[in-house]
Design a protein around this ligand. Structure first.
Ligand SMILES: [Zn+2]
Length: 168
């Protein structure tokens, strides 16, 4: 079935993170101005002929700012988690704990949130295919949920039930 796509980028959210497992300098706290690009998709446009009305993305923007604007990101299994939580409690940093706060892990985390939000807002009409998290002009990583490319959005796609073998 034909699909439409659109993209939206939110630029320059300054935050710090560390990768405690990294043997090199990435285990030290360092920061970037992160940017997030979203790929939206749908089969049916809005009445105004949009995949997503960008005016409807205020909640997404607010959540991104909550998570990534002047925050300190660590992984949930960071052995110094208690140290960071103590700093947060003392008002030294604004801590956010992710499963993995690297560009790849962040993309997956943001995808899950944004996809759920958009499906709710559009009653399943539109969804998020892909999220790219960029830490600077040189480096980025992205996460793409291939299931979203084909499935649901109001269950419009019928994969058939005749032989139970799934996708061809
Ligand atoms: Zn690094």
């Amino acid at each position: 079935m034909a699909k439409y796509q659109s993209t939206k980028t939110f630029h320059d959210l300054p935050c710090a993170h560390r990768q405690w497992r990294h043997p090199g300098h990435c285990r030290f706290i360092h920061g970037y101005s992160r940017s997030f690009t979203f790929w939206f998709e749908c089969h049916e446009l809005t009445d105004q002929q949009f995949v997503v009305d960008f005016g409807d993305l205020k909640d997404l923007r607010a959540w991104l700012e909550h998570m990534f604007d002047h925050t300190m990101l660590i992984n949930s299994d960071d052995p110094e988690r208690a140290t960071f939580e103590a700093l947060h409690a003392r008002g030294v940093c604004d801590l956010r704990i992710l499963p993995n706060c690297g560009m790849e892990g962040t993309s997956k985390y943001v995808h899950a949130y944004a996809d759920r939000l958009l499906r709710e807002k559009t009653r399943g009409r539109a969804w998020v295919v892909r999220v790219e998290t960029r830490e600077n002009a040189k480096n980025s990583a992205s996460y793409e949920d291939l299931v979203s490319l084909e499935d649901d959005a109001s269950g419009a796609v019928d994969h058939g039930t005749s032989n139970g073998r799934g996708h061809s």
